[in-house]
Design a protein around this ligand. Structure first.
Ligand code: CUA
Length: 337
């Protein structure tokens, strides 16, 4: 029923393997190499520590094994110099890790004022990517939420959630940040490699968490404006009916996450077979599904809630243009009977 949400991995621009033996991913942003180096440093330090501690432990186990009943341990004392150094050296290494990590963290956190700002909204279970210069539309390519960024330019993402905590994660950029309801979080980066890279939700947010996907497309600066304009267009094309356009709106605006088109109830009622139907509401009254009920449900989803469903839907007030709203109505009509 929610299968239409699932984005095939080959459409996400799954990155090719990197040449580096230490890295499984492309290093597609300015942060990638620095974070990989820190990660390799941590791996080496913890690896060496492991070998030292376990090695000495095994050596002592063999050397000081009790070999008979009259094998008695000497009275134990301590070694001040040894204890000082095995505390001081790890403390120094920890300071190095802290300062190194803090410097990288500051670089990721403080965007310069000339960065391109792009807004990201997390919602169960879809990413919406909005460019302030294209209000009222979302960046999509083939119905996949698409973050388009220009090569070698500062980009700042301003992110929030309409429901629960999500996490916007671009492995190829080594950037990840929680997306939190009622708060704005930001990340900034410079893309340094052209191509397409997957975006994941990295915070468990319910049923369809694993299919909350998107992609990043890094394009040449000269192609950027045109590509963004194209991805933000959600209008009826000449070759489709209003209902077919409604189907595209349904996918693009995230309706598919909760309303099936085949009659199966999901988080919300299915769109199939409801047109003209008399619905039983949670407050005991009934309502006929017509244009006005659909528009009201888009604007105030929880005002007239169908019996048996939780008040989970976010409002779509201001999120759909008039033609898009009519297209959704036509879609529901077309599968009404
Ligand atoms: Cu959104 Cu996991």
């Amino acid at each position: 029923m929610i299968a239409s949400m699932m984005i095939p991995p080959d459409q996400l621009g799954t990155p090719p393997m990197s040449d580096s033996p230490f890295s499984l991913l492309p290093r597609a942003s300015n942060h990638a190499a620095a974070l990989d180096n820190l990660y390799i440093f941590l791996t080496v330090v913890t690896g060496v520590s492991f070998v030292l501690v376990i090695g000495v432990m095994v050596y002592f186990m063999v050397k000081y094994k009790k070999r008979g009943d009259d094998d008695v341990t000497n009275p134990l004392t301590h070694n001040g110099a040894l204890e000082f150094w095995w505390s001081a050296i790890p403390a120094l290494i920890l300071m190095v890790i802290f300062v190194w990590g803090e410097i990288d963290f500051m670089k990721m956190s403080a965007p310069p004022s000339d960065a391109i700002n792009i807004n990201i909204t997390g919602q169960k279970w879809k990413w919406s990517i909005e460019y302030p210069e294209h209000p009222g539309s979302e960046s999509l390519e083939n119905d996949i939420p698409t973050l388009i960024v220009p090569l070698h330019q500062q980009v700042k993402l301003t992110m929030t959630s309409t429901d629960v905590i999500h996490s916007f994660y671009v492995p190829a950029f080594r950037v990840k940040k929680d997306v939190i309801p009622g708060r704005y979080t930001t990340i900034q980066f410079i893309a340094i490699e052209e191509g397409e890279f997957p975006v994941f939700c990295a915070e468990y947010c319910g049923d369809e968490h694993s299919s909350m996907l998107a992609k990043v497309v890094v394009v040449k600066q000269a192609e950027y404006a045109e590509r963004v304009a194209e991805a933000n267009r959600l209008e009826q094309s000449e070759i489709e009916t209003v209902a077919q356009f409604g189907q595209r709106v349904y996918n693009a605006k995230g309706c598919a996450a909760c309303h099936s088109l085949d009659g199966t109830p999901s988080v919300g009622p299915s769109f199939a077979g409801i047109w003209g139907k008399s619905e039983q509401l949670s407050d005991g009254s009934t309502v006929t599904v017509d244009e006005n009920y659909i528009v009201k449900s888009l604007k105030e989803p929880n005002a007239q809630l169908v019996e048996g469903f939780a008040p989970q839907m976010p409002t779509y007030a201001g999120k759909l243009t008039e033609p898009q709203t009519r297209a959704i109505i036509e879609l529901i009509k077309s599968i009404g009977k």
